[in-house]
Design a protein around this ligand. Structure first.
Ligand SMILES: [Zn+2]
Length: 373
């Protein structure tokens, strides 16, 4: 995420802090100082730091359990609204997703429990206060805030952990796409209630409701899109009538083809086979830096990715994201079958949507008849 700085790592998971988090600290410090003085402001800043340490431990919990199930947990980013654990892929097995999601709130309950056993007899439990006036109030608030974090995260609405638990439970009875749609709809119903109730009684609740409503919507969209993609093999969406270039062609040649054809990405081929991929973005960027006489070999992507023609488009899409690519080569048994780019995928779905409700097979038969008549 942009605007975040590295703050070391925990169990090999990078911890990043978004710059706006420091703005929050500064804001709290300044507003408490103007009313209660420097000492109080320091106390408030310390409380925010303690609160966010608990948030980080919560996210570390998610990441470590996900890693146990073989998922990559790369980083945790701390934002003023909480933490985000970047987990490569959520587990697809319902039981695993439930475990990964439950561990976060469980950790907050555990922190509250441990603090309560250690100091709770003296401090009690209190609603968190941004300006704790004493050490006792500080600890009582910290216990309270951890209980709130656990409860809040267990709300069964995306993108809260509770929403994922709900999806996991539903996915034990139905396929995961339907489970996601159900869980997201339930989440949006709860969010709508928050918004209406919040408008009259508590504006924060309304804001949280909006955040939940949008989160559930985007999760639903993502999963539906992914299932649509998974149904289509790469071989069906790839461009098979492509023009290829040779490594010693110049950028002028590439530009010529790019300009006069409708092709955006070119496979670079010599006698020994596929050597690289030259994408539109590379051509356009290289015109400035390398000049028009540069050879294709200098500019092409040599670390290109390849996929199998049977591979689902969801996996192809993941290759785009993980390798930061906009096009991949479709190769079966060492032979280049076609090329597939991001724009090709969207074109494929555009055509499919246009043909929806149209009898495509009948249309093709009619065309053939017309041609042979
Ligand atoms: Zn969580």
């Amino acid at each position: 995420m942009r605007w975040s700085i590295n703050a070391g790592s925990i169990f090999g998971i990078k911890l990043r802090i978004h710059l706006t988090f420091f703005l929050l600290l500064l804001f709290v410090f300044a507003s408490v100082m103007s009313e209660y003085g420097v000492r109080a402001a320091g106390m408030s800043a310390l409380f925010i730091c303690a609160l966010f340490t608990c948030v980080v431990i919560h996210e570390v919990g998610h990441s470590l359990i996900a890693r146990r199930f073989g998922k990559k947990a790369e980083s945790i980013t701390l934002l003023p609204i909480g933490g985000i654990a970047a987990i490569d892929q959520m587990p697809t097995k319902p039981g695993q997703e439930i475990a990964v999601s439950l561990v976060g709130p469980f950790i907050n309950l555990a922190i509250a429990g441990i603090l309560y056993v250690l100091v709770g007899a003296k401090t009690g439990v209190a609603m968190p206060n941004l300006y704790p006036e004493s050490g006792k109030a500080f600890l009582a608030g910290l216990i309270g805030v951890n209980i709130m974090l656990a409860v809040f995260n267990l709300i069964p609405a995306f993108p809260m952990d509770g929403g994922r638990v709900l999806r996991g439970l539903l996915a034990m009875r139905m396929d995961s796409v339907r489970a996601t749609i159900w869980a997201a709809n339930i989440g949006q119903a709860i969010a709508t209630f928050f918004i209406f109730f919040g408008v009259f009684f508590n504006l924060w609740l309304a804001l949280i409701g909006i955040f939940l409503y949008l989160g559930a919507g985007s999760e639903k969209q993502q999963v539906v899109l992914q299932s649509l993609l998974a149904d289509v093999p790469a071989g069906e969406a790839m461009t098979t009538e492509y023009m290829s270039l040779k490594p010693d062609n110049t950028l002028t040649d590439a530009l010529e083809h790019f300009h006069h054809g409708c092709q955006q990405d070119f496979p670079i081929i010599d006698d020994s086979g596929l050597r690289g991929i030259l994408t539109r973005d590379r051509i356009l960027a290289a015109i400035h830096t390398n000049g028009l006489n540069a050879t294709v070999a200098e500019v092409m992507d040599k670390t290109f990715a390849t996929v199998d023609s049977k591979m689902g488009l969801d996996q192809v899409y993941r290759k785009f994201l993980s390798g930061n690519k906009t096009a991949v080569a479709v190769v079966d048994d060492g032979r280049l079958k076609g090329i597939i780019g991001l724009d090709g995928i969207s074109r494929y779905f555009m055509i499919r949507a246009a043909l929806k409700g149209v009898d495509a097979a009948g249309f093709v038969a009619q065309m053939k008849n017309a041609m042979t008549a």
